[in-house]
Every structure is written in structure tokens, then in C-alpha cells.
Design a protein around this ligand. Structure first.
Ligand SMILES: Nc1ncnc2c1ncn2[C@@H]1O[C@H](COP(=O)(O)OP(=O)(O)OP(=O)(O)O)[C@@H](O)[C@H]1O
Length: 275
């Protein structure tokens, strides 16, 4: 088990408004087509998906099933061809209410680790006087308390991805969107980061939608796994993952019969839909 991040504090800042008890994310009848006329391709849908506060939903599916398309629609970076996406009851606006972590950390290389976080806090409208304390809190949350003064190129790939996660949490997003955030990391770093993300989101109740190719990663991290079909992506399995949240080590969890059974069920659904 990787060491726990140094603090149990929740992400800094006020929680984003959630509306009045409705779903956090509601996707209804959504499709996304790319291209025109004879060259048009339907990448996604029709798709319905609901995510409630506190849920960690992993989306798994074959390559080209529209997983990244789905995240772009939820982040407000892109618009559906039909249907609706609602975040806390409203159409998503980029940068508002969601934090996004990509496969590559996409940090400012000329800044220090701390400055990368401080910039996000500034964009979020956090007053200058408050930023150092909040930056320290966020770095401690992802286990990087000691590395704030380092330049980005002076920390490892896994540590850079931790900075990206801290930055995504800087705005206290209602929903965290993770697009294969561990894919570029070596196996050991990937496992450590998975364990820390699992601990962090379980502790804080942070809602997340997490895209991955890895069934094991999905079952380990999520409390719900959604499998998309081959293109156009539609939901072919929506499975609760009732694995214990506390009281077991990561190795015990990964080695348990329950884990193996859930992994088998999800993997079978992915295999059945892959071309
Ligand atoms: N901007 C675009 N213009 C045209 N086609 C696109 C565009 N973006 C995605 N597509 C197509 O839509 C389909 C879904 O792509 P998307 O990247 O969402 O899938 P994915 O499940 O995330 O794939 P992967 O697992 O390989 O990353 C693919 O066939 C892709 O080629």
C-alpha cells in the first residue's frame, strides 16, 4: 500500500453548487457525430448516464467507443449532436464545476510545482493572500508537501501527474474528470497513484468520472463501472462495485475473490462488445 497523503483535509475551497438534490451529472439521449454527410461518423450514443454526488464512476470500453468524447461533452469542451448534458442542472461550462486530468500532466514547465497550483487558484478567483495556504494544503493532499519549490522538470512523471491532480482539485470541483491519467506511467507508479486516488476520493467523497482501458484499474478505483459498446458507444453494462471502502489493504483487495468476480464480469462485457 502506498503511503497515505500527509493530510486528511478535503480539497480546499467551497464546494461547487449542486442545485437542489438532483443528480450531479445527468446525460440524456446524448449522441455525438463527427464529420458531414457520407463521411459522418457517430462516435457516441444514444447514451443515458446519471452520476450522483459522491459516486466514482469508471467508464471502460474498446478503443474508439467514445470515452474521451464523453468526457469532453461533460467538461463543456464540446457539444452533443443531440440530447442533453446537465451538470448540477445546467449545461456544462468549461472550467466551472469540473476539474480535468488528462493522460499527460500538461503543466507549465517554466513554473515550480507550487506556482502551477497557484495559477489555478488565481484563475479560480482565490484571493492572493489565501493562495499560499491553499497551495500547501493541495500539495499535502496529493503527497507532495516537500516538493513545492521544485521546477516541473525536476520531479518524476508520477509526481507531475500528482501536481495535475492537485491543480484539478484547486477549484473544489463538484466533479473530477480523469481521462486515462495513469496510462503514461510505469506499473509501480501507476499502482501507487491508484491507491492514493482511491484513498483521497473515498475520504473526501469527491465525485469522479474516470476513463480507462484497464478493467483492473476500473474495478479497483470505482464504486460503479460503466462499459461502453464498440462505436457508437452505448452503455452495455452499469455495475455497482460493492468492494470494501476501508479496512483492507490494496493488495488484499486486488487479491480477493470478490475483486476477481467483478473483474471477470466487466472483462466479459468488454470482450463481448470489442470487434
Ligand atoms: N474531432 C473528431 N473528429 C472526427 N472524428 C473524431 C473526433 N474525435 C473523435 N473522433 C472519432 O470518434 C470515435 C471515438 O473517439 P474517442 O477518442 O472518443 O474514443 P475513445 O473511446 O476515447 O478511444 P481510445 O480508447 O482509443 O482513446 C473514434 O472513431 C474517433 O476517431
Amino acid at each position: 500500500m502506498a503511503p497515505e497523503p500527509a493530510t486528511t483535509a478535503a480539497p480546499a475551497g467551497p464546494p461547487a453548487a449542486l442545485g437542489d438534490g438532483g443528480p450531479l451529472l445527468a446525460i440524456s439521449g446524448v449522441t455525438r457525430r463527427y464529420g458531414r454527410a457520407a463521411r459522418a461518423v457517430t462516435a457516441l450514443g444514444p447514451l443515458d448516464l446519471r452520476v450522483d454526488p459522491g459516486e466514482f464512476v469508471a467508464v471502460v470500453g474498446p478503443s474508439g467507443s467514445g470515452k474521451s468524447t464523453l468526457l469532453r461533452l461533460v467538461a463543456g469542451f464540446d457539444q452533443p449532436s443531440s440530447g442533453t448534458v446537465r451538470l448540477a442542472g445546467r449545461p456544462p461550462v468549461p472550467g466551472r464545476g469540473v476539474g480535468v486530468v488528462f493522460q499527460q500532466p500538461r503543466l507549465f514547465p517554466w513554473h515550480t510545482v507550487r506556482q502551477n497550483i497557484a495559477v489555478a487558484l488565481r484563475w479560480a478567483g482565490v484571493p492572493a493572500a489565501e493562495r499560499p495556504r491553499r497551495t500547501a494544503q493541495l500539495l499535502a493532499l496529493v503527497g507532495l508537501g516537500e516538493l513545492g519549490r521544485r521546477r516541473v522538470w525536476e520531479v518524476s512523471g508520477g509526481q507531475q501527474q500528482r501536481v495535475a491532480i492537485a491543480r484539478a482539485l484547486a477549484t473544489a470541483p463538484a466533479l473530477l474528470l480523469l481521462d486515462e491519467p495513469f496510462a503514461a506511467l510505469d506499473a509501480l507508479t501507476r499502482e501507487r497513484l491508484q491507491e492514493d486516488i482511491r484513498a483521497l476520493t473515498r475520504r473526501s467523497g469527491q465525485a469522479a468520472v474516470f476513463v480507462t482501458h484497464s478493467v483492473a484499474e476500473a474495478v479497483f478505483l470505482a464504486n460503479r463501472v460503466v462499459v461502453l459498446s464498440d462505436r457508437p458507444g452505448r452503455v452495455v453494462l452499469d455495475l455497482e462495485i460493492p468492494l470494501p471502502r476501508t479496512g483492507v489493504t490494496a493488495d488484499e483487495l486486488r487479491g480477493s475473490a470478490d475483486f476477481a468476480a467483478l473483474h471477470g464480469e466487466v472483462a466479459a462485457a468488454v470482450r463481448a462488445t470489442a470487434r
